[in-house]
Design a protein around this ligand. Structure first.
Ligand code: CTP
Length: 398
């Protein structure tokens, strides 16, 4: 699998002669497994018809900030939240200047301002315009905002000039984008992460479990792999594909998850406990299906081992991150778990909200450690996972 598989990319096309190459960029991004949506400026639609890009991307092309119908379907804020990466290609001198100054006079510039996705810009303009101090200063300003600049190609230009300023070739653009997701922040580190629910058997056909989908843990496993870590993902039963490059260990019960974790952390640097472990299991698991008899049935339960706290206590060299699923007093309860379970950091989740948390694609969490509490605003779980990985890398001291 490539570094772009399952990545959500907005291709923003602005109004230059190279706009027609947007069609090939869409194709090449899709070849790498990316999901692509196209946003065009009005000027770009003079160079290539939105219908072409709609046919290639398989989705309606977004062009208008003030189109009530389009905004109702997927408005600029949703687009901004949806994306893992915003690629502006070709980026005209004028659009680059708008980005630098924060103008929001088009859908594309509004999406740029509203997104926390990674940003890549592939400039395309006449060589004299590219070399102008104003353009170069604008490019430096964008670089200062961690924007990836895909340097233009050099050669004969549409206007007959020769020099730098041609849109970089689509295959080179795509190669540079792949590298963006492989950041190397945790290169050489081994990370063990638990994810998903556990199931505690009652009899051969019934079990106790919870609503965890595993999405947050799997997104973290993918982001950790992108960051260069060797990742062991210990997962309860979920309906997700294992992220590329992870070692997956599938388990069912809390006991099995604990045993797998104890074995996997022996030579690890970091342990992340994203699993929603069932707190209790049946004292006696029936060998045969329990038949329906009395009106009331009591089930005797006993506490499961606390996996994260066992691992943290027995492995003081590990950097340990937990999650706190709370419905009230979120920071207070999470901080209590941080201390009680001997964690270095805890990620607090409000599981009472329907739009985030269990099963949802988005989440909104707080990173809490001994010194601080950082609120990470609502975004897709994969974007959030990358933010969490950055915080882990910044706080891990090993
Ligand atoms: N956890 C664990 N083993 C358990 C229970 C929880 O490793 N048996 C971990 C979770 O993976 C998470 C953290 O502990 O990282 C907190 O889980 P949470 O469900 O929020 O808290 P609990 O300890 O279960 O406490 P409570 O149910 O009272 O909120």
């Amino acid at each position: 699998m490539s570094g772009l598989s399952n990545k959500r990319i907005i291709l923003g096309i602005t109004g230059g002669i190279a706009a027609y190459k947007g069609a090939e960029i869409v194709r090449r991004l899709q070849d790498q497994g990316a999901e692509v949506r196209v946003v065009m400026t009005a000027a770009a639609t003079e160079f290539i018809r939105p219908l072409t890009l709609q046919a290639l991307s398989g989705y309606q092309v977004h062009t208008d900030l003030l189109d009530a119908e389009a905004e109702a379907a997927m408005g600029h804020i949703e687009l901004a939240r949806w994306a893992d990466l915003l690629l502006i290609a070709p980026a005209t001198a004028n659009f680059i200047s708008t980005m630098v100054h924060g103008g929001a006079d088009s859908l594309l510039s509004a999406v740029y301002l509203a997104t926390s996705a990674k940003i890549a810009v592939a400039p395309a303009m006449n060589q004299a315009m590219w070399s102008h101090t104003a353009s170069q200063q604008n490019i430096q300003a964008l670089k200062g905002r961690e924007t990836i600049i895909i340097e233009p190609d050099t050669g004969i230009q549409a206007c007959g000039d020769i020099g730098p300023g041609r849109l970089q070739q689509p295959e080179i653009i795509v190669d540079q984008l792949k590298a963006i997701f492989e950041s190397g922040l945790l290169a050489g580190k081994k990370v063990v992460i638990t994810a998903g629910p556990t199931r505690e058997a009652i009899d051969p056909v019934r079990y106790i479990s919870n609503h965890s989908s595993g999405k947050m843990g799997y997104a973290l496993a993918a982001a950790l792999t992108e960051a260069g870590a060797k990742v062991v993902l210990i997962s309860g039963p979920v309906l997700l594909d294992s992220p590329a490059g992870c070692e997956l260990i599938s388990v069912v019960s809390a006991d099995a998850m604990l045993n797998a974790s104890v074995a996997a952390v022996k030579d690890a640097n970091i342990f992340i406990s994203a699993a929603a472990v069932a707190d209790y299991r049946a004292v006696d698991v029936a060998d045969q299906k329990i038949k329906k008899q009395a009106d009331n049935l009591s089930l005797e339960l006993k506490k499961n081992p606390d996996i994260v706290s066992t691992i943290a206590t027995d492995n003081p060299q590990l950097f340990v991150v937990g999650f706190a699923a709370e419905t009230e007093n979120i920071e207070t309860f999470a901080r209590d778990k941080l201390v009680r379970k001997k964690l270095h950091a805890i990620i607090a989740n409000d599981v009472s909200r329907q739009d985030i948390g269990f099963n949802a694609d988005d989440n909104e969490v707080s990173w809490i450690d001994a010194q601080s509490c950082k609120h990470l605003g609502k975004k897709s779980k994969s974007q959030l996972a990358r933010d969490i990985v950055k915080l882990i890398a910044a706080n891990y001291d090993g």
